[in-house]
Design a protein around this ligand. Structure first.
Ligand code: PMP
Length: 386
């Protein structure tokens, strides 16, 4: 039977109309080819996505291994490049072992779900309310109890763990993507240890930016290699490539290989991405000052915008978040910046947890002082203090 009177997607039109009326329709804006010195919207913190060694390694990996991984990691998708990248990442960040995924998103889904067992154990996932969507989705997928705790509040984590009493995994970003503030990792590790809980840290915005030579926030907190700490990273920000990884004790990584669904049922990371990330790690080892530079650029952008009277949280890493009085103003500021040749990020409800709209500026190590001043000046002109 064919029911011509029923349109199975009519609800989409109604929903789209509601989004449109609220000004919340998202649109794609393809960028132009070529490096833009005035792009403060991306996450290419160290300027490595266009580094000739990195792009050359990507091309060479594709030539040698093919454009795609050809299969899942456990079938045909593991190459020598993947193995070397895992060894190098673990060694650089100070962990026993690492496992590479096709994205940071997949790595986070894997870490949260695979570490929330065993099923039926009543494991509690304790998640910071400011956590990235991929950690939130990991918690949603996990067959475990969940508690969302106030932002960057170790005391709230301590109380939640104490009230639960059983197995638990606390989950946090190291640097939060909206405001660019850092989690209190040492205090979180203390409260987890007190309760015998494990700690999972998403160091997507810490790798390449924080810690000695960019070894990340977990390394900086003295927690790298700890038996009860697991970290996830993305290869797509500081390393300028694509993909993600979980780092931790060897037995945790072996457990992920056998049980993590986003590892087992996903095609392996493309060889070009693995080769690029490996080359980027090599550049970072050789030029650790890049990590220092990106932090200095972030502080300088913050100095210039706050001196001009704009509200911005002091950046703990590469993200500078400038508060706007309303969603409409934020959207207008971002459009004005774009018009003036500066790409910036724009966060507004519902994608911000506290309802505060912001421009999101990301510092880059490869900007000269003059380029930083030009970019900050553009923001100040288009977003006058209110
Ligand atoms: N965690 C955080 C904190 C992120 O900001 C992102 C990227 N937006 C991810 C995880 C996901 O990483 P990927 O883009 O590699 O999937």
């Amino acid at each position: 039977m064919h029911r011509a009177d029923r349109d199975p997607f009519d609800w989409i039109d109604a929903q789209h109309e509601r989004l449109r009326a609220a000004g919340l329709v998202r649109t794609l804006r393809p960028r132009q080819a070529g490096a833009s010195p005035t792009d403060l919207a991306g996450n290419d913190y160290l300027g490595l996505s266009r580094h000739p060694e990195v792009t050359g390694a990507a091309a060479e990996a594709a030539r040698v291994w093919g454009a795609g991984a050809t299969g899942s990691r456990l079938v045909s998708g593991s190459t020598g490049l993947h193995a070397r990248l895992e060894e190098d990442l673990a060694e650089f960040c100070g962990f026993e072992a690492a496992l590479v995924f096709s994205s940071g998103y997949a790595a986070n889904l894997a870490a949260v779900t695979a570490l929330s067992g065993p099923v039926g154990s009543g494991t509690l996932l304790v998640s910071d309310e400011g956590n990235h969507a991929s950690l939130i989705d990991g918690c949603r997928l996990a067959r475990a109890e969940k508690a969302v705790v106030p932002h960057a509040d170790p005391e709230a984590v301590r109380k939640t763990l104490a009230a639960h009493g059983g197995r638990a995994l606390a989950v946090t970003d190291s640097v939060f993507s909206v405001d660019g503030d850092a989690a209190p990792l040492p205090a979180l590790a203390d409260v987890c240890r007190e309760a015998g809980a494990a700690l999972l840290v998403d160091d997507a915005h810490g790798l390449g930016v924080l810690g000695e030579g960019g070894r990340g926030a977990v390394h900086a907190a003295g927690l790298a290699g700890a038996p009860d700490v697991v970290t996830t990273v993305t290869l797509s920000k500081s390393l300028g490539s694509q993909g993600g990884a979980v780092l931790g004790p060897a037995r945790v990584i072996a457990h992920l290989v056998s049980t993590a669904r986003t590892f087992i049922f996903d095609t392996g990371l493309a060889p070009a991405a693995a080769g690029a990330a490996l080359a980027a790690l090599g550049v970072l080892r050789r030029e650790p000052e890049r990590a220092h530079r990106v932090r200095a650029v972030a502080r300088e952008i913050h100095r210039q915008v706050t001196e001009a009277g704009l509200g911005a949280v002091r950046p703990d890493a590469a993200v500078v978040s400038v508060q706007a009085p309303s969603p409409e103003t934020a959207v207008q500021w971002a459009a004005d910046c774009r018009e003036a040749g500066l790409a910036v990020g724009c966060f507004r409800p519902p994608s911000v947890p506290d309802g505060i709209s912001r421009l999101r500026l990301t510092a880059r190590a490869d900007l000269s002082d003059a380029e930083v001043a030009l970019a900050a000046g553009t923001v100040v002109r288009t977003a006058p203090a209110v």
